[in-house]
Design a protein. Sequence first.
Length: 255
Amino acid sequence: MQVKESTFLITGAASGLGAATAERLVAAGAKVVLCDVSDSISRHAAQLGERAKACMADITSSEQMQLAFDVAAKLSEEKGVAGVIHCAGVISVAKLVDREGNPADLDAYAKTININLVGTFNVMRLAAATMAKNTPNKDGERGVIINTASIAAFDGQVGQCAYSASKAGVVGMSLPAARELSRHAIRVMAIAPGVFETPMMGDIPDEAAQALAASVPFPKRLGKAEEFAQLAEHIIVNSMLNGEVIRLDGGIRMQ
Ligand SMILES: NC(=O)c1ccc[n+]([C@@H]2O[C@H](COP(=O)([O-])OP(=O)(O)OC[C@H]3O[C@@H](n4cnc5c(N)ncnc54)[C@H](O)[C@@H]3O)[C@@H](O)[C@H]2O)c1
């Protein structure tokens, strides 16, 4: 799968990992649709020039995401959408029982699951239906879906029941989705980032960030969004990567 002149849809593209991926793919000659619930998405797309289009959409909405894929299909000028890099997501922290003995808020739990897991399924199903119509490229490939899990899917910490479960669900869908979509020549991969320096991590106090960086075996620092983008680009071009989740974490194992 080549990046140059191909069209990709990127969710969560107004910030962090998604924004860096959009930037990298445009620099490599791709056309991109930047999709996000944030209205700053238009500004981000404008900064990337005419090969980037913005689409304000909520990943949990069937209609809004279908519209985003329609925008991407149009941008591709009949070539079809080659891939989706799905980065949109939210973090949440809540203990099952708080200090006063109150049970966790059930709606807050469901909200995290809805955005991170149901939203991912929504993006995947619409991406698959869109890309299944593509004419296969010279290697017989129709498209690639790259989801974003987290190392919390494997090493969830206290307070991460909702976040870990949502990301474990993303991990769990990778293989069955890849198996199913193989007959359409569409690959499905997921990246499980460790701790990355993005606005999502912005609220962590300096001390905590330094402690996290120190707990990474090597390199002893937080990940950079560009490093996520670099891996996303590699997954696009390397057709043997399929049905797998890649940890991108400097070897950290959360306690
Ligand atoms: N930063 C990290 O350390 C880290 C680690 C592991 C996994 N992740 C995952 O990587 C992904 C990207 O995280 P990030 O660090 O770039 O975060 P971020 O907060 O910088 O960016 C996330 C983007 O997703 C958008 N978004 C949230 N809900 C949405 C919705 N319903 N519809 C559309 N867009 C929505 C936000 O507006 C935001 O622009 C997330 O799925 C996150 O869980 C991040």
